[in-house]
Design a protein around this ligand. Structure first.
Ligand SMILES: NC(=O)C1=CN([C@@H]2O[C@H](COP(=O)(O)OP(=O)(O)OC[C@H]3O[C@@H](n4cnc5c(N)ncnc54)[C@H](O)[C@@H]3O)[C@@H](O)[C@H]2O)C=CC1
Ligand SMILES: O=C(CO)[C@H](O)[C@H](O)COP(=O)(O)O
Length: 299
């Protein structure tokens, strides 16, 4: 099969490499010329514009977008759409908001598959976990590519109608936030607690047979090994947050309580306050107000 790939960053490049390794042909485009050159070195056919990209694809086009969620998807689709018809397929493998994917599926002349992708660049060796929404025929048609990009046939599944793939991935990310938060809390207590512990050793022994073993816990072990048991110079600031915000918004709309995911999300926002949380500072001052407790002051 021939696959056109747009977006050759951390994730797109893995899609290229795994698709090529499975014996398919890849036409590759990115706004970054150096990324296109690197994909060409790996065996892809380089394209220098969207027009060139579509010219290099056969009459029936199979296209995978791996650009950042948001405007980059709409801009790319706007350029692609005059070249597409109902026999063509477009996959969005990024972290798009599911309602945007529903809208795009309705307006795109091609069959549109929203594909939640999990595994991250670090999971490249194993292959990804793919959660796909959209028409069954398009999913079936792209099965050889999904087999290649995922861990294999068990690593991808059609979730349902348009939007469902990105919906499942959004909630996957909410779970990811909460798991990171709970590992963080456990290790914080171990770090601050009664014993002088080697946290890499704790993570390692937990990863060998413990109930709470997981890939994230293996990544905790790696972090302590590489940064030290006190995490060295790693700052207490957590970026990201869009997928977790959407998960919490959806939970509010569906009236489903998600206290753990909400707490994990709010910890991210709280971590970004430049000089500490205002609410924590006010609570500090109020304890003086009612109790004349000493007020710890900033340097
Ligand atoms: N990095 C991760 O752990 C994961 C990322 N994702 C999602 O995959 C998507 C891509 O993520 P990454 O590869 O990490 O991002 P990245 O920033 O590494 O790569 C994005 C690439 O898209 C290119 N690009 C941007 N706008 C473009 C346009 N209009 N036309 C052509 N190329 C364009 C950039 O030049 C860059 O090479 C995002 O939606 C992200 O949320 C999904 C799962 C995991
Ligand atoms: O999807 C992912 C992992 O599963 C990506 O790493 C994503 O960027 C993480 O989301 P956020 O930026 O909201 O932390």
């Amino acid at each position: 099969m021939q696959l056109g790939l747009i977006g050759l960053g951390r994730m797109g490049r893995i899609v290229v490499d795994r698709t090529l390794a499975a014996g398919h042909d890849v036409v590759a485009f990115d706004l970054d010329d150096a990324a296109v050159e690197r994909a060409a070195d790996a065996g892809a056919e380089p394209a220098d514009s969207i027009d060139d990209f579509v010219d290099r694809l056969g009459a029936t086009k199979r296209i995978w977008l791996m650009v950042p969620a948001g405007d980059a998807i709409d801009v790319t689709l706007e350029e692609l759409e005059p070249h597409l018809d109902g026999d063509d397929i477009v996959v969005d493998g990024g972290n798009s908001y599911f309602e945007d994917s529903v809208r795009r599926a309705e307006s795109c002349p091609a069959a549109y598959l929203d594909c939640g992708t999990s595994g991250g660049p670090a999971g490249a060796e194993l292959g990804f976990s793919l959660m796909v929404g959209g028409p069954q025929w398009a999913y079936d048609e792209l099965e050889p590519v999904f087999d290649a990009v995922a861990t294999g046939p068990d690593g991808h599944e059609r979730m349902g109608a348009a939007g469902s793939g990105h919906y499942v991935k959004m909630i996957h990310n909410g779970v990811e936030y909460a798991l990171m938060q709970t590992y963080g809390e456990g290790f914080e207590l171990l770090h601050e607690g009664r014993y002088d512990l080697d946290l890499e050793a704790v993570a390692s022994v937990w990863n060998n047979g413990a109930v709470i073993r997981s890939w994230l816990l293996e990544l905790c072990e790696e972090a302590f090994r590489e940064e030290g048991t006190d995490l060295g110079t790693v700052a207490d600031r957590i970026e990201g947050g869009s997928t977790g915000t959407w998960t919490v918004q959806e939970a509010l709309e569906q009236e489903v309580p998600l206290p753990l995911i909400y707490t994990a999300l709010s910890e991210r926002f709280g971590s970004r306050a430049d000089d500490g949380r205002f609410s924590r500072r006010l609570a500090n001052r109020l304890r003086y107000g009612f109790g004349r407790h000493e007020v710890p002051r900033r340097e």
